[in-house]
Design a protein around this ligand. Structure first.
Ligand SMILES: Nc1nc2c(ncn2[C@@H]2O[C@H](COP(=O)(O)OP(=O)(O)O)[C@@H](O)[C@H]2O)c(=O)[nH]1
Ligand SMILES: [Mg+2]
Length: 433
């Protein structure tokens, strides 16, 4: 028996599930055995299931609270797997407070904790762990690609892949078991048919392919574009132009930027994290020297460096850009530079944006599932287990590797013991989700 719940009795929970009032409409959700009783107490009777119904709400003393649209979903085929009700109220602060107070005064009802509705959905088998994580990502998604990947995860995209992989892995394990039974009479060699190796290799490749896709964190935090080059080459002016705001102070004084400055932006639905860096130069200024060290570290971890220096000094993963080309004598772009631009006049900026967008979308494919750190670590385990099975010839050890692979799959969707990850996950949810 899996234990997703805490020790306390389930009870009936309620919360404001929509954003902070005042708003046009406020949605209060109620889940648990008393949800139907709450509707009866507030609205006099249960509405027809799954049909929006307009009713007046009253408190226990009979005072009118609001006129609201009610939704009644009897369990267990509901989002939480329990009886579930929704009240669509007028979204004023006093309305919401009065209705929440009235519900709280009813027996067996308490305010939900953040993520508790989703926790119950998980507890009741309505969603699995990977889907719950997808929901958390969906609530936090800020870019188109993060939204698409999170929605795919929340709708069970990864869970289905895991289910398919697990079935195939169990079939392979069964072949080994069968081979082991005959193996007592026969020589160990060539007991497994060639199809076994092929099926194993295909399974291994499918997992390796998903591991090559960008992570959920990367989709959320953005493709890292670092602007680097010598002092006074126009880096800070360029980040301000790209971000269309004053991210960094730009002055004619070399060494103005002493720390790395970040600006999240989006180009064409892709989240980007722009970083301005201190100019790379030898310096006796202690603070600037730390800034230069930071700049080197940031350049190391960049997905793309926009390099404003000499071609021969360009770091890896960089495109060299010939900046300040409005200055007389700098108009022509020397060979080797991807493009010439002026952050001051805007000339060449569209070409630079296009270039960054192309690099980012090549890296951040949205056609694949984006794994989070936990899922990735488990699938790395599964991938290693399959690789181990492929290189191993002893069927007993092969069977052991496959067992490890299956355990990793189970942990991704929460079939294994996952109590430890749940509190961290649900802490990320808003109240009422
Ligand atoms: N004419 C011209 N001047 C620029 C351009 N970009 C930056 N500058 C000037 O070059 C100096 C250094 O710019 P800054 O952005 O602070 O360079 P950083 O040290 O690399 O960050 C400032 O005086 C800027 O106004 C440009 O595209 N055209
Ligand atoms: Mg600067």
């Amino acid at each position: 028996m899996q234990r997703f719940c805490r020790e306390d009795a389930p009870g009936t929970i309620y919360a404001l599930s929509s954003g902070a009032p005042p708003a046009a409409i406020a949605i209060v959700r109620i889940s648990g055995p008393e949800a139907g009783a709450v509707l009866c107490a507030l609205a006099g009777a249960l509405p027809v299931p799954r049909r929006a119904t307009l009713r007046h709400l009253h408190d226990a003393a009979g005072a009118r609270l609001d006129q609201a649209l009610l939704l009644w979903f009897p369990g267990p085929s509901t989002a939480t797997g329990e009886d579930l009700a929704e009240l669509h109220l007028h979204g004023g602060r006093a309305v919401v407070r009065a209705v929440l107070d009235a519900i709280g005064a009813l027996p067996g009802c308490r305010m939900a904790e953040p993520g508790e509705f989703t926790r119950r959905a998980l507890l009741n088998g309505r969603i699995d762990l990977a889907q719950a994580e997808g929901l958390a990502d969906l609530l936090e998604a800020e870019s188109e690609q993060a939204r698409i990947a999170a929605l795919r995860m929340a709708e069970g995209g990864l869970s289905r892949r895991i289910g398919d992989w697990r079935t195939r892995l169990v079939a392979l394990a069964a072949e080994i078991e069968a081979a082991l039974e005959f193996g007592e009479e026969l020589d160990d060699e060539a007991l497994l048919p060639p199809a076994f190796d092929r099926a194993l290799a295909v399974l291994h490749e499918e997992i390796a392919d998903i591991l090559r896709a960008p992570s959920a964190e990367r989709l959320r935090d953005g493709f890292r574009v670092v602007i680097a080059g010598p002092a006074n080459s126009g880096k800070s002016t360029l980040i301000n132009a790209l971000a269309e705001r004053e991210v960094a102070i730009a002055t004619p004084i070399p060494g103005t930027t002493r720390d790395s400055l970040e600006a999240p932006i989006a180009i064409g639905g892709t989240a980007l994290l722009l970083t301005d860096t201190a100019g790379l130069r030898e310096t006796s200024d202690v603070v600037e020297a730390i800034g230069v060290d930071r700049a080197r570290a940031v350049i190391e971890s960049a997905d793309l460096v926009i390099w404003l220096g000499a071609i021969e000094d360009a770091p890896p993963r960089s495109v060299s850009v010939h900046g300040r080309n409005d200055i007389p004598g700098r108009e022509a772009t020397p060979s080797g530079y991807a493009l010439g631009l002026s952050a001051l006049t805007g000339q060449g900026m569209t070409a630079l944006r296009d270039l960054i967008a192309a690099a980012a979308s090549a890296e951040i494919r949205s056609d694949s599932l984006a794994l989070n750190i936990r899922q990735r670590a488990l699938l790395v385990d599964a991938e290693r287990a399959l690789a181990g099975t492929m290189t191993e010839s002893d069927p007993l050890l092969q069977a052991e590797h496959l067992r490890a692979g299956r355990a990793a799959f189970d942990a991704v969707v929460g079939r294994a013991d996952v109590e430890a990850v749940l509190d961290g996950l649900f802490a990320r949810f808003c109240l009422g989700k």
